[in-house]
Design a protein around this ligand. Structure first.
Ligand SMILES: Cc1cc2nc3c(=O)[nH]c(=O)nc-3n(C[C@H](O)[C@H](O)[C@H](O)COP(=O)(O)OP(=O)(O)OC[C@H]3O[C@@H](n4cnc5c(N)ncnc54)[C@H](O)[C@@H]3O)c2cc1C
Length: 381
């Protein structure tokens, strides 16, 4: 049986959706763990990013007894018929909720805030402002994690490390060169991602236009995120507020309520997968292991999926001394990741190629439009 060699059984690096969910699942399974988060609690509880969770993620949180993390948000997507403005023509498509049922529109910072509250209430060990995290002995039975905070340098011995520190974290870089393969796909365009202090009504609207793709998605009662397809070399300086609102109106083919803009950033659209997702006693999860096109809005859902698979594998190992689930962890997650990447690539191509033909030409535009026509309700509906 795997023992807690030293201070804890599992050190989780990163207190985002993946790390907090894993920590919560482990704690509820009686597995000691410590979560190390680089930033302050205030910072992570206010960091606005994603907002869409699939039905599987919602169901999973309920099954682990932490459905309260999405309470008040769980039913918003239940019968979602999303408006799509296809070259100025108002159409709709019914979201496929799949066998897992309804998903939720929940601002990521709200989910993170709720998971932190639940984890600490359960007695979890969550250390904020843990800087300079370094991982040693990952290929031994007793990895060692070092970090620094205001009180000095600390060392934690453990049996396993979970790398949940996002795409730019340190966990993946602790794996020796040549072990991981990186597979990536660049779509060839970017999104100007804008956080506006004005609600989206309805909660999600998308538009396909010859000027490019546009979307406005709710992020709570007083905020929404706006996405505008733009060239990769555009900068935030190219997009003064006035131009953002003019462009949204043009692509939606209708005026939209304007409001203050809080943040803007240019995000290249791409998919990235690192394989395998395990090295020795280190398992990667969430954005540390993969990025998915934001068109799919599945980053948070994939992070939760990895967390659940890893929680079951670690519980199996620690309680039953059975490494089989840990050994298949990477394959299990990657099968799901590739399935979601395939769907994300299809959806991203359909939504973008059918708009501005200057990226991939008229042939691809017509094919993408034909694909979209099969997705949306007939014009007369
Ligand atoms: C603008 C934007 C919009 C998005 N929209 C959506 C959407 O609608 N739906 C969706 O599902 N996904 C969306 N995503 C993706 C989604 O936000 C991510 O996939 C999700 O956050 C992944 O969770 P994670 O826990 O793996 O990583 P993260 O949320 O990045 O969490 C990693 C954590 O690790 C911490 N950390 C980093 N380095 C260290 C270190 N060295 N030591 C300790 N801690 C460290 C970070 O501070 C962070 O708290 C969006 C992303 C962006 C940027």
């Amino acid at each position: 049986m795997a023992q807690a060699n030293g201070n804890t059984t599992v050190v989780v690096v990163g207190g985002g959706v993946a790390g907090l969910a894993l920590g919560t699942f482990l704690l509820r399974s009686g597995i000691p763990c410590t979560v190390l988060e680089k930033n302050s609690r205030e910072h992570v509880e206010q960091r606005q990013r994603a907002g869409s969770l699939d039905g599987r993620g919602v169901r999973m949180l309920h099954e682990w007894g932490v459905g309260e993390a999405v309470e008040g948000h769980g039913d918003e997507r239940s019968d979602a018929v999303l408006p799509l403005i296809l070259h100025g023509d108002k159409r709709t498509w019914r979201m496929d909720t799949g066998e897992d049922g309804a998903g939720a529109f929940i601002p990521q910072q709200v989910l993170v805030r709720n998971l932190i509250r639940i984890f600490l209430r359960d007695g979890g060990d969550l250390r904020f402002e843990a800087e300079d995290v370094a991982l040693d002995g990952l290929d031994t039975e007793q990895p060692r994690v070092r970090y620094r905070d205001g009180e000095g340098t600390h060392t934690i011995d453990c049996a396993f490390v979970a790398g949940a520190d996002g795409f730019h974290g340190v966990s993946r870089t602790a794996i020796p060169e040549g072990v991981l393969a990186c597979h990536s796909h660049e779509f060839g365009y970017a999104w100007l991602s804008v956080l506006a202090e004005v609600p989206a009504d309805p909660s999600a609207v998308m538009a396909v236009h010859s000027r490019g793709f546009a979307a406005q998605i709710t992020r709570g009662p007083n905020a929404s995120r706006i996405y505008l397809q733009c060239p990769l070399d555009d900068t935030v300086g190219d997009w003064p507020d006035e131009r953002v609102w003019d462009e949204v109106g043009a692509r939606f083919a209708a005026p939209v309520p304007r409001g203050p803009i809080a943040t803007k950033q240019v995000v290249p659209l791409r998919g990235v997968v690192f394989s395998p997702m395990r090295y020795g006693r280190l398992c990667l999860l969430g954005d540390a292991a993969h990025l998915i096109s934001p068109m799919s809005a599945e980053g948070m859902s994939l992070a939760l999926h990895d967390a659940e698979v890893l929680a079951h594998a670690l519980v199996h190992q620690v309680e039953k001394d059975d490494p089989s689930l840990l050994e298949s962890y990477s394959d299990t997650c990657l099968a799901h990741v590739w399935e979601r990447q395939a769907s994300a690539v299809w959806m991203t191509d359909a939504m973008h190629d059918s708009g501005d033909a200057s990226y991939r030409g008229e042939f691809r535009k017509q094919v993408a439009l034909a694909n979209l026509e099969n997705l949306v309700q007939p014009r007369s509906a």
